[in-house]
Design a binder for this molecule. Structure first.
Ligand code: GLV
Length: 323
């Protein structure tokens, strides 16, 4: 009988993916809702030919050593892969895959939801009702920011940045500025987007939404200096990775009203401890890294992650390769 490949899946993922993996492999699936502790992760990957990882699993040389030289593929259940040392995997001939595309619209929806929630102060308004403070209709209470005709600044005009810009441009007639290493001609042509220098994006945008990869050149790009250059009426949105902003600097900027508000799907650290000072501020709305949490996105991610795994095990190019 043919030997089935040994794989470790670090969390339960939707049936659309896990069923395929179970059928084809000798699969060990971590059953807990919380990630496997590091020691357990290192133990479980030993002898594996493939691993399905999440963004909460650090995949480095130590883990690859723990798996052993037969490891062929690391399939990340995420579009971002900053949790993986891709250079190290490449050096060892290990294929790495991710799950782009299927979560673009859901993530852009979340960025827009946070943008409007922060601009219109929905977090604090809901708290006001829950706290029993709603006594009457207030002519000058709960005043937020308008959206129509404002300027959106997109940092990282890839698939998700474009999808957000499309919503804001066609739905809210916003002017679109963007900052990126590379030009996005489609955004320029379809949305009239303008590629600008960093300082200009910061100074002219009413809403700034970040959609960049996390790497050494983008880490901490939203720091005290950046927040100082933003408008006092500006809203900052991060649905990409927490360490793209310096959280202490964001806290100060929000507290001192250097910027108007922020909407965060990602924080640094994650999870954000419930006693984090950021949560004491009224002008920030925080949700727990849920931008891709829709039925079609998560099913699509599971399918791609399974396909990447099985193709990598077969020594074939991945459906969505990273290296
Ligand atoms: C989620 O953050 C992802 O990268 O897919």
């Amino acid at each position: 009988m043919e030997q089935r490949a040994k794989v470790f899946v670090t969390r339960r993922i939707p049936a659309a993916g896990i069923d395929k993996i179970r059928q084809a492999c000798n699969a060990d699936i971590w059953p807990d809702p919380l990630p496997p502790p590091r020691e357990e992760l290192l133990r479980r990957v030993a002898g594996c030919h493939g691993i399905v990882t999440l963004l909460t699993d650090r995949v480095d040389a130590e883990l690859m050593d723990a798996a052993g030289p037969q490891l062929k593929v690391i399939s990340n259940f995420a579009v971002g892969y900053n949790n993986i040392d891709v250079a190290e995997a490449t050096r060892r001939g290990i294929r790495v895959g991710n799950t782009p595309g299927v979560l673009t619209e859901a993530t852009a929806d979340m960025a827009f939801a946070l943008l409007i929630a922060a601009a219109r102060r929905l977090g604090e308004a809901q708290q006001y009702v829950r706290d029993g403070k709603w006594k009457t209709w207030e002519p000058e209470g709960h005043i937020g920011m308008d959206l129509v005709g404002k300027t959106l600044g997109v940092v990282g005009m890839g698939r998700i940045g474009y999808a957000l810009a499309r919503r804001c441009h066609f739905g809210w007639q916003m002017r679109v500025l963007y900052f990126d290493r590379v030009r996005n001609e489609e955004a320029e042509k379809q949305l009239g987007a303008e590629r600008v220098e960093w300082e200009r994006l910061l100074g002219e945008s009413d809403f700034i939404s970040v959609h960049a990869d996390l790497n050494e050149s983008t880490r901490g790009m939203f720091n005290a200096d950046a927040f100082r250059k933003m408008k006092p009426t500006a809203v900052f949105v991060n649905t990409a990775r927490g360490p793209l902003h310096v959280q202490q600097d964001l806290y100060e900027a929000l507290k001192n009203r250097q910027i108007f508000a922020a909407g965060l799907d990602v924080t640094d650290p994650e999870p954000l401890p419930p006693d984090d000072p950021l949560l004491e501020l009224p002008n920030v709305i925080v949700v727990p890294h849920i931008a891709s949490a829709t039925v079609s996105s998560r099913n699509g991610m599971a399918e791609i992650a399974a396909d990447n795994l099985l193709l990598g095990l077969a020594g074939k190019p991945l459906r969505c390769p990273v290296n």
